[in-house]
Design a protein around this ligand. Sequence first.
Ligand code: BTN
Length: 260
Amino acid sequence: MFNTQHFEENLATSWLGRSFFYFPELDSTNSYAKSMSRIDTLHGTLILADSQTSGRGQYERNWQALPLENLTFSLVFEPSNHSRLTILTLACALAVSDVCGEQLKTRLDLKWPNDVLFEGKKLSGLLTEAIYNGNVLDRVIIGIGINVNQTEFNTDLENTAISLNSIDGKRFSRERLLARILSKIEYYYRLWEVHDIDLVRTINKAMLGYGTWAKLNVNGLDRDGTFKFLGVNENGALVVLNKDLEVDTFSYEQVRIKVD
Ligand code: BTN
């Protein structure tokens, strides 16, 4: 079971994760965060479950994670507006990548729009959901799943998913790992808030395929030819150079990049 006391002893943040809800089991930490009342969700609230019965991924997929072996949690943020949420999600992915990469002493890649990969296999996935009150942004929920100590994956995932344990061969303390990741996210959140351009540059350098020619799929359709992947801009749009050397930008939902 996740040791909440051990986690809280290791937590060095000033606001992130200080409001903490732990559950042995939930359907989905993101769904729970969405259902919480405004009073319970302070900026920086952490919801963690040792097991999810209906963990959710991007594009209506499910997120599978063996109970007690992994990290499945959601963070609640209350930014003043909903612009640049792509960068906030990537900043959280960067924090996961930094901390896990330090542990493994290796480079991990960010994959647009919000995965963390080791040698092409998925170590972590993020799901960002914005909740509105009418037209006004109420909260942003960033759900993060990290494969930590799980060593075997279902046949449909065995070629595409990987855990820290299967890379390094040792078990990791989920409590210490999460405490470190939250410190990093808190740091990057501050940079995101002040529109720090270096944050965007760092994200881009960590991105798989940055600066290379790649294939694009836009709204489910493969585009002809290749495009040079220029990363995200300061507004969080994806930027590519087309074969006529013109710059095209795409919003988060529209586009997938296929890097060889
Ligand atoms: C993806 O890669 O498709 C995103 C996966 C996001 C999974 C996390 S686990 C914690 C949080 N709760 C959920 O139901 N999903 C996210």
